[in-house]
Design a protein around this ligand. Structure first.
Ligand code: NOJ
Ligand code: CA
Length: 534
């Protein structure tokens, strides 16, 4: 494994248990060469910002050469860097720079499917008898597709090859599913993991980790997929969560165990969190995301249930919860929670809740600026969800719009101010720019920075035990550290001011409107506080 000359990152085998991991949507983070596309050079130049913000690690969305059909999740070469982003040397330099600043770098890996432009799929198209054909799911020509499986992006999960065969794609047609029954597939991914681990990365976020294997008999799914559910359940039992997949994670875990301080975090979109937690048993992936709060409406009941269910499910397997409030697949929190001042107040309160809870927290780039979902005109949209649903689903472009950095320079996303960003940035986004918020004591950015500093300093925040209670619209999480110190996070999710009785100290409030009097705190609607209990 590569080591840096001046490593600030110190060895800590379980750093991931309570890490704050910042998700970098590479294409939208910072454009270092002025072509309108975020890149590794741009990200490198912004590492001091991430260190100043106070996060522990970054996870980078796919950086690989790609067919461009699904935001980089259709990969043509797993052991290379897309020229839009730089090259492998740039990635190594990023890892080294990050390490010097005390930051770890986690990559995305996509094992469920490749791009249709991947050399394997191209070989399989050219010759049905090529060994590469066995690495995908093909079915002989017939009038109807082999079964009722659906693409998560809309429409059937089977498309035809030019010679009339069917092939399976649980996402876009440009993303043929791999056949994990073929040993060549597993062997190649092991090479990929080692390729990047040898370059000093601290692990992987594993895309569609609940996929890979499919029902061997290709039986029909009992029910239809619904994007509004917490995740897949029995209705999709033939396409997801097959028992064989756990052996893959055991194997990947044993590879990571050869590299100190590395970790795997799985994307496991199953409705039943007890099933999700099974992916993070001690010999499988270190973590798997809990998407409950990402999908919960703004209600104390729903959030309390989401927090309790996650703590119980992951606690049962000895894994920390990996909390997620936003990512590149979901509408921005500010908009989900009602938009404008209301949505912003709620997003601020939610940030304090998530950063108090024990476990790791994954922050999506731009959420620390309180970015809303951007309006992306239809003609600028790129997400296959928009196209495959015939426009019925808006798609995910609105949460992938480039970051506003500098209010004095347009928004300062590109090294060249005149560059056209790959997705249009709303005209008024200079108001969210880092340069502006960093100087404003009341900004969302300042709140995140304070919260992260306190989380670092206070043993009861981000680790220890949590007890969840709810009184009407007020949710309380009591966090107790190993040394006995206690911080209570109280969130008022109702529409009336709530009186919180306490003799403790207010460490942080999500708004300035919190009034303290002897023995109590008046907590306005849509507000959270951290109380250090005496
Ligand atoms: C989950 C990723 O987060 C999403 O962006 C992608 O479209 C699908 N997996 C398919 O790879
Ligand atoms: Ca660029």
């Amino acid at each position: 494994m590569r080591t840096s000359a001046n490593p600030q990152v110190t060895s800590d085998a379980s750093w991931w248990r309570d890490a704050v991991v910042y998700q970098v949507y590479l294409r939208s983070f910072a454009d270092g060469n002025g072509d309108g596309i975020g890149d590794l050079g741009g990200l490198r130049s912004r590492l001091p910002y991430l260190s100043w913000l106070g996060v522990d690690a970054l996870w980078i969305n796919p950086h690989y050469p790609s067919g461009g059909a699904d935001g980089g999740y259709d990969i043509t070469d797993y052991r290379a860097v897309d020229p839009d982003y730089g090259d492998v040397a740039d990635l190594e330099a990023l890892v080294d720079d990050a390490r010097r600043l005390g930051l770890r770098v986690v990559l995305d890996v996509v094992p469920n499917h490749t791009s249709d432009r991947h050399p394997w799929f191209q070989a399989a198209l050219a010759d049905p008898d090529a060994p590469e054909a066995a690495r995908y799911h093909f079915a002989p020509p017939s009038a109807e597709p082999p079964n009722n499986w659906q693409s998560l992006f809309g429409g059937p999960a089977w498309s035809r090859t030019p010679d009339g065969r069917w092939y399976l794609h649980l996402f876009a047609p440009e993303q043929p599913d791999l056949n994990w029954g073929d040993p060549a597939v597993a062997a190649d991914f092991e090479r990929t993991l080692r390729f990047w681990l040898d370059r000093g990365v601290s692990g992987f976020r594993v895309d569609v980790a609940y996929g890979l294997f499919k029902d061997a008999g290709l039986r029909d799914n009992p029910g239809a997929y619904s994007p509004t559910l917490f995740g897949h359940g029995p209705e999709q039992a033939m396409t997801w969560n097959q028992p064989e997949v756990h052996d893959v994670w055991r194997r990947w875990r044993s590879i990571c165990d050869e590299y100190p301080d590395t970790m795997l975090v799985g994307e496991v979109c199953l409705a039943d969190l007890e099933q999700v937690a099974l992916y993070s048993r001690p010999d499988e992936m270190h973590q798997s995301f809990s998407f409950r709060l990402l999908k919960s409406p703004w209600s104390a009941e729903s959030f309390a249930d989401g927090v309790r269910t996650a703590l119980d499910a992951f606690g049962a397997v000895g894994a920390p919860v990996s909390w997620v409030l936003g990512n590149h697949d979901k509408d921005r929190q500010v908009s989900r929670f009602g938009g404008g001042a209301l949505g912003t107040a709620r997003a601020r309160a939610a940030a304090l809740l998530v950063l108090a809870l024990p476990g790791s927290a994954y922050l999506y780039a731009g959420d620390e600026l309180g970015l809303p979902q951007a309006e992306v005109p239809d003609e600028a949209k790129l997400d296959p969800i928009f196209f495959r649903s015939g426009g019925a689903r808006a798609g995910r472009d609105g949460c992938r719009v480039p970051m506003p950095w500098n209010a004095d320079r347009g928004v300062g996303f590109s090294a060249d101010d005149a560059a056209t960003p790959w997705l249009p940035i709303p005209a008024d986004w200079d108001q969210y720019a880092v340069s502006r918020q960093a100087r404003d004591g009341g900004s969302v950015l300042t709140l995140y920075r304070r919260a992260l500093a306190l989380r670092d300093a206070h043993p009861a925040l981000g680790s220890g035990d949590a007890a969840v209670s709810r009184r009407g619209d007020v949710l309380t999480v009591r966090c107790t550290a190993a040394d006995g110190s206690v911080v209570r996070c109280v969130v008022n999710m109702g529409s009336e001011t709530a009186l919180v009785r306490t003799r403790g100290t207010v460490l942080l409030a999500s708004t300035t409107g919190v009034r303290r009097s002897a023995g109590s705190v008046a907590l306005p609607a849509d507000t959270a506080i951290w109380l250090a209990e005496a």
